[in-house]
Write a protein that binds this ligand. Structure first.
Ligand code: SAM
Length: 261
């Protein structure tokens, strides 16, 4: 029997854990074949969601050999992740490569904006800006890094979308622009601690969100605690490839008005 505690209510447990799990006091449980229990335990190992670690217990404990084999299977499966840009000829720098929102997820998120004007405050190489533009939004894409923004411009042309690009600090530029939905994907890649959950790890958010008069969406690490930002709605985004279809890739927090920090 496997028990999993610490799954936030707003995370779809069926997708995270699998259909065999049922809710019980303090979490979720399932009775699975032993190797399947080992696979779930390996997949959830070390994961924090929404401000705290998942607590996984298997009773009776799994034999070491099963645990080892499951970890090896998990490491192999993790190589199959949701693709970034699919078009050939896209350009990415190192930071752009690991921080890019996968194309399919960016487009799905773009469709949720329903065609409203969007300011992508931290456009990087353009993953989200292009997703919003392909979904029919008028997009202004800001980044303080001119080299990365030039890559985004090139990538937008490849996708045949028109985007207004502005180089600069989003906190300085946004107050000078007409109110629009602001999308913020703060840098949280390499240096982000998987156990970290607070605003201190994402210092751009407290600076930017109070400036977003027409509302904001923020893409944050799965471990981020949404309670740190009052009045926002968290949504867990899963991968689409076999290796990460059960994995929360990021959270999107949505808020109708300037943040109450
Ligand atoms: C996580 S990346 C964005 C990735 C992008 N969403 C994508 O899918 O390609 C974060 C970007 O924020 C930019 N950035 C950091 N601080 C900024 C600021 N104050 N104003 C504008 N851009 C900023 C960085 O240069 C970096 O390119």
């Amino acid at each position: 029997m496997i028990h999993v505690g610490g799954v936030p209510d707003w995370v779809p447990a069926g997708q995270l854990l699998g259909p065999a799990f049922r809710r019980e006091e303090g979490g979720w449980m399932a009775e699975l074949p032993r190797s399947a229990e080992a696979d779930v335990a390996a997949r959830l190992r070390g994961i924090s969601l929404g401000g705290g670690p998942l607590a996984v217990t298997v009773d009776p404990p799994l034999p070491r050999a099963l645990v080892r084999a499951a970890r090896e299977r998990d490491a192999r499966a993790r190589r199959d992740t949701t693709p970034g840009f699919s078009r050939s000829g896209v350009r990415l720098d190192d930071e752009g490569r690991w921080s890019l929102t996968p194309e399919e997820l960016a487009l799905a998120l773009g469709k949720e904006a329903g065609g409203q004007p969007v300011i992508d405050a931290t456009a990087g190489c353009g993953g989200n800006a292009i997703g919003f533009a392909r979904a029919g939004c008028a997009v202004t894409a800001i980044d303080r890094d001119p080299v990365r923004l030039a890559l985004a411009r090139h990538n937008a042309a490849l996708y045949g979308v028109s985007i207004r690009f502005l180089v600069g600090d989003a906190a300085t530029l946004i107050p000078t622009m007409p109110p629009a939905l602001v999308f913020v994907d703060p840098p949280w890649g390499r240096d982000w601690s998987k156990a970290g959950s607070g605003l201190e790890q994402l210092p751009l958010l407290p600076a930017l969100l109070p400036l977003c008069r027409a509302g904001w969406w923020a893409k944050v690490p799965p471990s981020f605690d949404p309670a740190e930002l009052l009045g926002c709605t968290p949504i867990a985004w899963f991968g689409t490839a076999a290796g990460d279809v059960h994995r929360v890739k990021f959270l999107v927090l949505k808020c109708d008005a300037a943040a109450a920090l």
